[in-house]
Design a protein around this ligand. Structure first.
Ligand SMILES: Cc1ncc(C[n+]2csc(CCOP(=O)(O)OP(=O)(O)O)c2C)c(N)n1
Length: 573
């Protein structure tokens, strides 16, 4: 006969059964019973205490991205849940499995707009075109195992994403003898053999095929199978926006990433392709160049779209062939598709890779003479040093801002096929993601975590350095300080030249701030100082922040602020 325990304990026990070893969150009086459960099960699971729920939710999302199992986050009612919503939105846009638990008001107070009460179904829920796959409240402690198993299954199945579970305070305090259900695994929709035959026929008709790989649900084995498929058919492969590690950037078939600041030659190649094989990505705004590289709703190119969610197929783009398959199933079917010995696109494939390699060579910034250095710290050279010294399985993380374009353009991500997910970046374009994601990656895997941040971006979640120090996590944060919200200033200069407004930043002493949080910190003001600073950071016992004052003129990997102003003024006459 099983003995009873508090519902809050059973929740933690069920999560442990699901494989959770680490959870993130900010406490609230609404879920003290769960915190007590973490105390009871402390040998089997860690609770990482964050400083802001946005940071906690980003950490849980990053954990989900790294492991393929739902990242777990606990927050309190209205203020906690609304703070955490940025991470839930990111999990949705990134197709990352995640479960957010929200401590709620007691059921005896419900619907009175009690203290901090929010209707989570309306706020997050799919019924209001929200950004969670499912929102449910657990009213009966005996059903906790069912709800948690369903949350994990929903978060992983089809297009992975976030699920929200709401926990009334009185339910958490009740006793239950219910036992956890066993661990659920993601279910793979399998592609039907007829569709694969059609796909093969489309390939045989094509002269200029191009693969766009990405989206959620990839595993190392699936990425390896994709690689074998591409090799059999000599296909050029691109990676979708924020999925730059799906296909190994070092592979001779790699053709670059289809995202923000795309290589213009690749953009042209996407347009020139006669067959697009989209394996996994959603084909969102960023991956399609604002629906221009592939015109919505019917692309000029023949489109084969393979996606794990039936809802995503023929939703924006009418595909010529839509295949509902999980990435493991799809890649395993593709790798056994027999290829002819000669293919008409050998030259096209070689050229696609040559264009990618040429784009890795830094060019003079538009508007600057060829010999002008790209600022006192040359970011292209900095990225070359990162490539040289970071271990192949290092997690590279970033938030949103032009600063990320340096790694996005010049860094060659090691692909998932090599055994580790190496890019953690927000498809939602959320600032403040990089710092918590880096810390979560290091806490969860012990791997080197390297974060690139802007001055604006860093201060959105810089407080999580305290979380890292407290829990023995460390990351290397490269902070590019240009004294402004540079990306917005760039757009502002394009639309309203020389009318700077709301984009300038007066910053704190970042190194002093990082030290106060327990990180080592140093400032690098010349390119020649960077290598030693990086090596010191890699050898350090704590995390390190390296601040680089970046010339505000160096606004992107391609142009200067002055060149944008000139062009805008000319355009305005
Ligand atoms: C949470 C959030 N708020 C606002 C924005 C809009 N936004 C995009 S980039 C950016 C500026 C980023 O500034 P910084 O981190 O200093 O990097 P820089 O662009 O200067 O390289 C802003 C405000 C956003 N993407 N996310």
């Amino acid at each position: 006969m099983s003995t009873s325990q508090p519902a809050g304990h059973l929740i933690v026990e069920c999560l442990v059964e699901q494989g959770m070893q680490i959870a993130f969150g900010v406490p609230g009086e609404s879920f003290l019973a769960v915190l007590d459960g973490f105390h009871a099960y402390r040998e089997r699971a860690r609770f990482i205490v964050n400083r802001q729920e946005g940071g906690a939710a980003f950490m849980a999302e990053a954990h989900g991205k790294l492991t393929g199992r739902p990242g777990v986050c606990f927050v309190t009612r209205g203020p906690g849940a609304t703070n955490a919503s940025i991470g839930v939105h990111n999990a949705f846009q990134d197709s990352t499995p995640m479960v957010l638990f929200v401590g709620d008001v007691g059921s005896d107070f419900r619907d009175r707009e009690a203290f901090q009460e929010v209707d989570y179904g309306s706020f997050f829920g799919p019924s209001t075109k929200g950004f969670a796959k499912r929102v449910e409240r657990i009213d009966d402690a005996n059903r906790i195992p069912e709800y948690i198993a369903r949350a994990f299954a929903t978060a992983m199945n089809g297009r992975p994403g976030p699920v929200v579970l709401v926990l009334p305070e009185d339910m958490l305090r009740s006793e239950t003898a219910a036992r956890p259900l066993k661990r659920v695994e993601a279910v793979q929709p399998w592609s039907d053999p007829g569709a694969l035959r059609t796909l093969r026929e489309l390939l045989l008709k094509s002269q200029r095929p191009l693969v766009i790989a990405g989206g959620g649900g990839w595993t190392t084995q699936a990425a390896q199978a994709l690689q074998r498929f591409a090799e059999n058919w000599r296909l050029p492969v691109t990676n979708a926006f924020r999925f730059q590690d799906t296909f190994d950037n070092h592979h001779p078939l790699y053709a670059g990433d289809v995202g923000i600041a795309i290589n213009p030659k690749l953009a042209q190649r996407v347009k020139d392709a006669d067959l697009i094989l989209a394996i996994g990505p959603r084909l969102g705004e960023m991956t399609t160049g604002g629906y221009t590289l592939l015109e919505a709703p019917k692309a000029r190119q023949t489109l084969v779209h393979i996606h794990a969610s039936a809802e995503e197929l023929n939703r924006v783009y009418q595909a010529d062939l839509a295949i509902n398959a999980g990435m493991s199933a799809a890649a395993r079917s593709l790798e056994v598709l027999s290829a002819p010995t000669t293919l008409p696109w050998e030259e096209w494939t070689l050229q696609a890779h040559a264009d990618y390699e040429a784009n890795l060579v830094p060019q003079p910034l538009a508007g600057m003479p060829a010999e002008t250095p790209r600022g006192a710290v040359d970011m292209a050279q900095v990225v070359a040093l990162l490539q040289k010294h970071l271990p192949a399985d290092a997690a590279i993380t970033n938030g949103a801002g032009n600063f990320a374009s340096w790694v996005h353009r010049y860094f060659r991500y090691h692909g998932l096929a090599k055994g580790a997910k190496t890019q953690l970046a927000p498809t939602s374009g959320a600032m403040g993601y990089g710092v918590p994601a880096g810390i979560a990656a290091n806490l969860a895997t012990g791997r080197v975590a390297f974060t690139i941040a802007g001055d604006g971006d860093f201060l959105m979640n810089g407080q999580e350095l305290a979380t890292a120090s407290q829990h023995g996590g460390k990351s290397i944060v490269l902070l590019l300080n240009n004294g402004m919200f540079g990306t917005i200033r760039m757009h502002q200069e394009r639309e309203y030249p020389e009318r700077t407004s709301g984009t300038a930043l007066r910053n704190p002493d970042f190194c002093g701030l990082a030290r106060a949080y327990g990180y080592a910190a140093e400032r690098v003001t010349e390119t020649s100082q960077f290598e030693a600073a990086l090596l010191r950071a890699l050898a350090a016992d704590t995390g390190t922040l390296i601040e680089v004052p970046l010339d505000p003129e160096v606004i992107s990997t391609r142009g200067t602020l002055a060149s944008i102003t000139r062009a805008a003024k000319q355009a305005l006459g």
